[in-house]
Write a protein that binds this ligand. Structure first.
Ligand SMILES: NC(=O)c1ccc[n+]([C@@H]2O[C@H](COP(=O)([O-])OP(=O)(O)OC[C@H]3O[C@@H](n4cnc5c(N)ncnc54)[C@H](O)[C@@H]3O)[C@@H](O)[C@H]2O)c1
Length: 349
């Protein structure tokens, strides 16, 4: 069966979805492009041999599209996803699923009501480096997890924030460096460390003008397991450095930098780790090269679509869904609340 897709929101990221779908001839095709801006919808539809529409209901009725890829500004994701499901389509939602956990709950309720499948884009979950680290954690090869850090040390110029009226606004972006850019690495942190239960944080806007939200956020997190973590998310690190995830345990550690496994040390399940009086890097082998440490996937989104199409075809479940993304979004909005109030924030999920 060929799934017929409608892309909702024909902006910057939408072409990654259109390109990714081309990797699945016979399984997926782009039937419709929906945008409030008719020129954008038309020009993208022409490029990919699809039809252009101004709303999802008409697109579904006219083309028989049965899956929607939601690529609108973030604060409109939930509404677009619910409308798509009610019109009869399954949904792939760009990250983050929406700007608050409550809004994501509305999408979860619509999913339950309509029986549709929903995936949330988090393409780096499908990087070989991430898969290696998550597999090792599940196998107990890092031992008891002790701490994790998520660092997004990026730069976005003033021209970036000026390029779309929604960028960096509370209403449509849901936050700044942490919600928009940081959500990928925060999602990986949560996937590795488990449920976050408490967060403290500070935010600031220092290197940009006309920006409602933050361009730097730092926070400290406590996870359900008792492990702790830190977050540093910035678009004010000139000229732009790396995104880095570090996961540490009492039997091993992993460092992923720019989607590549750059340090990895694990103790096979059942083996004892040698007692080390004082350990520093260089003393123990870096096993990164022995694992799937090669370059990041050229198009990790293709791998997420492969997973989604398999689930749509009845094989397995969606690997990254609304509940996962909800935990990352709740952690991010919790950090914002902590920064606003100066108090630690308990997280409900
Ligand atoms: N996964 C990633 O790595 C990644 C990268 C970039 C952006 N994103 C996400 O993708 C989303 C879009 O970002 P972008 O940079 O492409 O934005 P953009 O501003 O370039 O595009 C958004 C498009 O949505 C259209 N739109 C707005 N409201 C609409 C509505 N109600 N119905 C239909 N169309 C509507 C706009 O006209 C515009 O064409 C954001 O949520 C962002 O976080 C994800």
């Amino acid at each position: 069966m060929t799934f017929r897709f409608a892309i909702i929101g024909a902006g910057v990221i939408s072409s990654s979805h259109a390109e990714a779908l081309q990797s699945f001839p016979g399984q997926a095709e782009l039937a419709a492009v929906v945008d409030l801006n008719p020129d954008r919808a038309r020009s993208m539809a022409e490029r990919y041999g699809a039809k252009a529409f101004g709303d999802i209901e008409t697109a579904v009725a006219a083309t028989g599209a049965n899956v929607a890829a939601v690529c609108t500004p973030t604060g409109l994701h939930g509404d677009a996803a619910v409308r798509a499901m009610e019109a009869g389509a399954h949904v792939m939602i760009e990250k983050p699923a929406d700007i608050t956990a409550d809004r994501i709950d509305r999408v979860i309720a619509a999913r339950q009501r309509t029986g549709k499948l929903v995936a949330v884009v988090s393409q780096h979950r499908f990087d070989p480096a991430t898969e290696t680290v998550i597999d090792a954690i599940r196998a107990g090869e890092l031992g008891r997890l002790t701490s994790g850090t998520a660092n997004i040390d990026w730069w976005r110029g003033q021209t970036y924030y000026d390029s779309g009226a929604w960028r960096g606004t509370w209403e449509f972006d849901g936050g700044g460096a942490l919600m928009n850019q940081g959500v990928h690495t925060v999602d990986l942190l949560v996937a590795a460390m488990g449920r976050p239960v408490e967060v403290v944080g500070f935010t600031a806007t220092l290197a940009h003008e006309r920006l409602e939200t933050e361009d730097v956020a730092v926070g400290a997190v406590r996870f359900d397991s008792g492990a702790v973590g830190t977050i540093h998310a910035s678009t004010a690190v000139y000229p732009g450095l790396t995104a880095r995830l570090q996961i540490h345990g009492d039997k091993g550690s992993a460092v992923i930098e720019n989607d590549r496994l750059v340090f990895f040390h694990r103790t096979p399940a059942g083996a004892d780790r040698p007692e080390v009086f004082m350990g520093v890097q260089g003393q123990s082998p870096n096993q990164a090269d022995e694992h799937r440490s090669g370059a990041a996937q050229p198009a990790a989104l293709v791998h997420q679509y492969r997973d989604f199409l398999a689930a749509l075809g009845g094989e397995g479940t969606v690997r990254v869904g609304l509940e996962d993304n909800r935990q990352a979004v709740a952690l991010i909005t919790g950090l914002y609340e902590a920064a606003r109030t100066g108090r630690p924030v308990r997280l409900d999920a």
